[in-house]
Design a protein around this ligand. Structure first.
Ligand code: SAM
Length: 791
């Protein structure tokens, strides 16, 4: 018999990819069977489906179940016949690009025929793409905003009796409102959450620049969604109104015919929305395959399988990729486990684990930052669903304004929390009609790109590097405690003027007394360096780049005994900024020891030992969610010696007047400010309004915005550093280790808060520092005055 020319062509195409006939043959047979001998589907995209199916078959090489041999042989016989019979038949339904499912094309599916899900999920990316894209970045992630707690209205105490000078602010006002470690895991309407790169399948969500993009302009539709009533859905998406309950939006065609579920359908995906803005993706898998041997996979097994599958199938970003397909694969994985595996480690029948997929990925070699490695295998959801919570935001390497593209989601859509339910008709455990008002009801939030808020965009914190590449070292974040994501903010590595602050950095102002003619590293020279003149002729740093002990001890002592180091302005710029006709007395400012670093007008080089903090953060840090109720915190991932520079407190440079205005505005909006006053030198002369500066790090800041307060025995101490500005009304605010700090220890500094003084520009929080010297603890034990913040 003459060879079928189509078969020959397929062999040739595969041969060009280095795939032998013997590899092609069995897969081709299966595909022909699967596609009802529709060669069009096989030939499409230069035999892409075939190539991918071969790769998948190669990778899995799972032994056939003996029970199935007979059926398999029958199938093979049929397929063999198909190799001869090239008659095209009506093509079967394949997963299609979002919004295209309703299109009628030459490959439009036959409503009556559907491939088995296992086969239908043959990978869609081309093999060539697969090979090219092995090193696709795994960046990415999402969030559900942990919103800052509301701020106290700074004006609330106006008009109170004049107070005597006191050191209630103790010269340091880093006093920050905590970003609320709220348990808010619900996606708010209009809020965007992207799939986490730490999800096993995250790579699949990144579209390479040169990939063709979905031509469908219909970005208001969710991915791979086939709305039964497109117009109404579109309306609801566009208007930001979530879809009505009980109105599940089926993604695939698992319809019930006369109330009976179609047994042929292996899975379906249902997306539903609620007015609460929650998202539910419900995946059902066929009851036809469910028997007495049904077993649930363990979370690890399921995820591992998904990981493998994603690596094989989706590592190439493919314009045809759809989340629905990926989720359907997950159902398929469940099916495989439940029917094929006899592994004793599996969960018993009908147990359904809760998967917190994205809480704890691994980063920088530390356990558990945001990924799937640290799953809570013990917790099972009661409603028979697998929950995949806490997607983290993707960070776009192409800039923060294209996260949806980066995710492969084009202009739309994002899921923050999804329930993958095992629809088991017998138990009827899930797929109940949803209560439109219940907080547990499920919702679909599809956010067109144009609806993203600035906060949404800011909140795409890369789980592996919250600094977005701004620092020398990556700084990952991790949350083992809740489903919260780091609050939205823009990472900036250096202070930036907000608006009115007058920071005059000009070379002409730096005179001989503020620069040195040294060559090399000043700290190594025996000659006098002019840059030490302001610090008593001594460098504060050792040749090893640590603070000298003596200097450090003095700084710590000042911190511990602020009263002895406070000065009081005659005409306090801070009070002036708040004054609405009634000027209160100065509450005191802490006069601290300065360091002056060499800078660009000096003869020495960048590596000079007297240029420490300007070289940036060098230790390995991690943002983490504290378990004590302080919200996010910062810790070191390595042992730190005493006197090590950890980081600068970076933020927007504001005048104190601007800070006051911002505080009021933030209070109105329920937001917080994270300010510190740059007031260490305010005693030297009368400080003009525009010179009374502070740093505010809530919206623009660096890693220091995560450092929590600890009363008195904090392990960091703050030191003002003069670098480029000879006037000390502007300086850098650097944090050094005040003692040896062990890896994994939380980094803290004493904000200098007087918890008994409610007349502060910020709202106080209930201190949970845990120190035996806690000033707030004393107050709450012995005093009736409350200084706690809500949230
Ligand atoms: C600079 S921010 C620190 C990062 C913050 N924890 C977060 O989650 O973004 C300061 C805020 O953290 C919280 N915080 C800091 N130290 C705390 C402590 N010792 N006890 C309770 N809350 C604290 C307060 O809400 C404060 O306003």
């Amino acid at each position: 018999m003459a060879p079928n020319p189509k078969v020959v062509a397929a062999y040739r195409a595969m041969a060009s990819l280095g795939i032998s006939e013997s590899q092609v043959k069995p897969v081709l047979k299966k595909l022909l069977k699967l596609y009802d001998k529709n060669w069009e589907l096989i030939e499409e995209g230069s035999y892409r489906a075939l190539a991918d199916a071969i790769f998948e078959a190669d990778a899995s090489e799972e032994p056939e179940h003996p029970k199935k041999n007979k059926r398999v042989h029958e199938e093979e016989a049929e397929a063999e016949e198909a190799l001869i019979n090239v008659e095209p038949v009506q093509p079967l339904k394949r997963l299609r690009l979002r919004g295209q499912e309703n299109n009628s094309t030459s490959s439009a599916p036959s409503p009556s025929k559907k491939p088995h899900i296992e086969k239908a999920t043959a990978p869609e990316g081309s093999s060539a793409q697969q090979q090219q894209n092995k090193a696709v970045s795994s960046d990415g992630n999402t969030r559900i905003a942990a919103r800052p707690a509301p701020m106290q209205d700074a004006s609330s105490d106006r008009g109170k009796q004049p107070a005597l000078p006191q050191d209630s602010l103790r010269g340091r006002k880093p006093v920050c409102e905590r970003a609320s470690p709220s348990k808010q895991t619900t996606v708010q309407p209009g809020r965007l959450v992207l799939p986490n790169n730490q999800m096993p399948h995250a790579n699949a969500l990144i579209i390479p620049k040169d990939e063709p993009v979905d031509e469908s302009p219909d970005y208001e539709l969710p991915i791979a969604m086939v709305p039964p009533e497109p117009s109404s859905l579109r309306h609801s998406m566009k208007s930001g109104i979530t879809r009505k309950q009980g109105g599940h939006v089926p993604v695939t065609s698992s319809q019930h015919k006369n109330g009976v579920k179609d047994k042929e359908v292996a899975s379906d995906v249902v997306i539903a929305s609620s007015a609460q803005g929650e998202v539910k993706l419900s995946l059902s898998y066929s009851s036809a395959l469910q028997g007495p041997d049904f077993r649930m996979p363990t979370q690890e097994q399921l995820l591992k399988m998904m990981e493998d599958r994603c690596l094989r199938s989706y590592k190439i970003t493919d314009p045809n990729f759809s989340v629905a397909k990926m989720l359907r694969d997950m159902c398929d994985c469940m099916l495989k486990f439940s029917t094929d595996s006899n592994d004793n480690s599996q969960e018993s029948s009908m147990t359904r684990p809760t998967i917190d997929v994205l809480k704890e990925p691994e980063a920088n070699g530390t356990p558990g930052v945001g990924g799937s490695k640290d799953l809570d295998t013990g917790s099972h959801s009661s409603n028979g669903s697998i929950q995949v919570n806490s997607f983290s935001a993707l960070v776009s390497p192409r800039g923060p304004y294209s996260p949806a593209h980066q995710s492969g989601l084009d202009d739309a859509a994002v899921i923050s929390k999804m329930d993958i339910s095992n629809d088991i008709p017998q138990s009827d455990a899930v797929m109940q009609p949803e209560d439109p008002v219940s907080p547990n009801s499920h919702s679909l939030v599809v956010v067109p790109h144009h609806q993203l808020t600035v906060d949404d965009i800011r909140s795409f914190h890369n789980v592996n590097d919250i600094t977005k590449g701004e620092e020398i070292n990556q700084i990952p974040w991790v949350n083992k405690t809740t489903n919260d994501f780091p609050p939205p903010f823009n990472y900036i590595p250096q202070n930036l003027v907000f608006q009115d602050a007058y920071v005059n950095i000009s070379l002409s102002r730096i005179g001989a007394e503020d620069s040195c003619p040294c060559i090399g590293s000043c700290v190594l020279l025996s000659t006098h360096c002019a840059c030490t003149d302001k610090t008593g002729g001594e460098f504060a740093y050792t040749a090893q780049g640590l603070l000298k002990d003596e200097f450090l001890e003095e700084c710590v002592a000042i911190s511990h005994n602020p009263r002895q180091h406070c000065f009081y302005c005659k005409d306090c710029p801070l009070e002036r900024s708040k004054s609405n006709g009634y000027l209160e007395p100065c509450k005191g400012h802490l006069k601290r020891k300065f360091i002056k670093e060499c800078w660009r007008k000096c003869g020495c080089g960048k590596q000079c030992g007297n240029r420490l903090i300007q070289r940036g953060i060098t230790c390995n840090l991690q943002v983490f969610f504290t378990s004590e109720g302080k919200g996010w915190g910062l810790r070191t991932l390595e042992d730190l010696p005493k006197g090590a520079f950890v980081c600068e407190f970076v933020g927007e440079i504001l005048t104190v007047k601007e800070l006051h205005e911002r505080n009021i505005k933030c209070a109105e909006n329920g937001k917080s400010t994270y300010p510190i006053l740059l007031d260490s030198d305010w005693d030297s002369e009368f400080v003009k309004d525009e010179e009374a500066l502070c740093l505010e790090a809530a919206s623009f800041g660096n890693i220091a915005r995560f450092i929590n307060h600890r009363c008195s025995d904090a392990n960091l101490v703050e030191i003002p550093i003069q670098i480029e500005c000879p006037d000390r009304y502007y300086y850098h605010f650097a944090l050094f280790s005040s003692r040896k700090i062990a890896a994994q220890e939380e980094l803290t500094w004493d904000y200098g808060i007087d918890f008994d003084d409610s007349d502060q520009p910020i709202k106080l929080f209930e201190c949970k520092c845990g120190s035996k010297f806690c000033r707030n603890m004393k107050r709450s034990n012995g005093s009736t005055r409350s200084a706690s913040i809500s949230g």
